[in-house]
Design a protein around this ligand. Structure first.
Ligand SMILES: [Zn+2]
Length: 194
């Protein structure tokens, strides 16, 4: 977090907190990694209970009700922080987006825009074919969910060992399989209603 800035309200020096240590007003939003915002380690293997707890705690800190008697600037700051909170929470919760955030920390951007490797394309083609041809999708769903679980533990390893090239490929694959899971479930619902 930036520490060389001054408070917009009293011009006093700021520390690493969200509130000015001198006058107690809420700071304007500043660039911050969602991991730092939630005081979580930069790791793929995230404790979702801790994330949830900190989310509720931060939600209280930035709740609009706490700022009704404050200046409009501070109310606006609270709304911006609240928006950043929800956005960060939703990203960290989703494995694909969490992986993208970690890769971005390494200067690796636009991972989801990359083209799949020929191997991945072949596998994706086969899966789509199975989805189209089969009316018994339970087994396919279980298979894909197993693959997702394996990819997620693979991502933990890749990030732990700083193998970001591998993490990039796994993230791309995970993105495909997450979407594909939704496609399977959609078709299962359609088959039920027909
Ligand atoms: Zn101040």
């Amino acid at each position: 977090m930036q520490t060389n800035e001054i408070c917009w309200s009293c011009k006093g020096p700021l520390n690493e907190g969200f509130f000015c240590p001198t006058c107690g007003t809420l700071r304007r939003p500043f660039a911050l990694s969602p991991f730092k915002f939630f005081a979580l380690p930069f790791a793929f293997n995230l404790n979702l209970n801790t994330l949830e707890e900190r989310y509720l705690d931060l939600q209280k800190q930035f709740h609009p009700d706490k700022f009704v008697t404050k200046t409009s600037q501070e109310q606006m700051n609270a709304l911006s922080w609240g928006g950043f909170l929800n956005d960060s929470y939703n990203k960290l919760k989703k494995p694909v987006e969490r992986a993208c955030l970690l890769l971005a920390e390494q200067g690796i951007h636009d991972v989801l825009e990359e083209k799949p490797t020929p191997d991945m394309m072949m596998k994706q083609f086969e899966l789509r074919e199975q989805l189209e041809e089969s009316e018994q999708l339970d087994d396919l769903l279980i298979e894909v969910q197993d693959d997702i679980a394996n990819l997620e533990s693979g991502l933990v390893e890749s990030f732990d060992s700083s193998n970001f090239e591998k993490a990039k490929k796994q993230t791309l694959e995970l993105q495909f399989l997450s979407k594909f899971t939704r496609d399977i479930k959609r078709k299962m619902r359609q088959l039920k209603t027909n």
